[in-house]
Design a protein around this ligand. Structure first.
Ligand SMILES: Nc1ncnc2c1ncn2[C@@H]1O[C@H](COP(=O)(O)OP(=O)(O)OP(=O)(O)O)[C@@H](O)[C@H]1O
Length: 221
């Protein structure tokens, strides 16, 4: 599904503060895999995830999703890939805090280029599938960290993307809540979705099918 070959990522290219964060990174992630990306702080984990999520560019190499080369696309084409193929989950949840859970989950449906019927019902079904249907009408600023992350996961899956990319999704949660959120990712993976999780937590990583370790901008294991 995902194939990256010799990806080089430079921040501030051709400027005095140019910094090469990824040096010719290659890997493949197959349909339906549950993969952890680990490495020390500053290793390049988020940089890699942002490239996979089509929210950042790269200078050299190739990235293909389902055979489509992701390079030099128009902003419209990038947006379409992000909206239809990728669900993102972030450490700090990235919710609109004064929107309700339901309103947050409806955001990707409202941005979709396709005509979607029954948006409310779809968003509610996504909330139910992550175990918080009863919280649909609650504003997110009244929810716990674990509940907010469930809303963020519902938002990530509402468009039925084939791939979920999560950046430290349990980083802001206590141990018990982290375990519950990881159980949820595993169940989404069992339903057929590809899941890639950047994590510092060995307990999270060891539950994945495969661990990719990055060090100083290179995959070392
Ligand atoms: N926008 C940016 N401009 C310049 N350098 C950046 C930028 N974003 C990241 N970097 C640098 O690129 C390197 C990789 O950063 P990245 O955020 O990918 O690391 P990480 O492994 O995710 O770290 P952490 O675990 O702390 O989140 C770091 O040295 C970082 O300082």
């Amino acid at each position: 599904m995902i194939k990256i070959s010799n990806i080089t990522k430079k921040y501030n290219p051709k400027k005095s503060n140019e910094f090469e964060a990824l040096h010719g990174v290659s890997c493949e992630i197959n349909d339906g895999e549950l993969v952890a990306v680990i490495g020390k702080s500053g290793a390049g984990k988020s940089t890699l995830l942002h490239i996979l999520a089509c929210i950042d560019n790269y200078q050299e190499g190739e990235y293909t999703i389902d055979g489509t080369l992701v390079k030099n696309l128009s902003e419209k084409q990038y947006a379409k890939i992000r909206n239809e193929k990728i669900g993102m989950v972030m450490q700090d949840f990235a919710l609109v805090e004064d929107f309700t859970a339901l309103e947050n989950v409806m955001i990707p449906l409202n941005f979709s280029k396709q005509k979607i019927k029954n948006k409310k019902e779809k968003a509610l079904a996504a909330l139910k599938s992550v175990g918080i249907g009863e919280l649909a009408k609650k504003p997110c600023n009244k929810l716990s960290g674990g509940q907010k992350q469930r809303v963020a996961i519902a938002r990530a899956i509402v468009n039925e993307p084939s791939m979920i990319l999560a950046d430290e999704p349990t980083g802001a949660l206590d141990t018990k809540t982290s375990a519950e959120i990881m159980a949820l990712f595993k169940s989404l993976n069992k339903q057929g979705r590809t899941v890639v999780i950047v994590t510092h937590d060995p307990k999270i990583a060891e539950q994945c099918d495969r661990i990719i370790e990055i060090s100083d901008g290179r995959i070392v294991k």
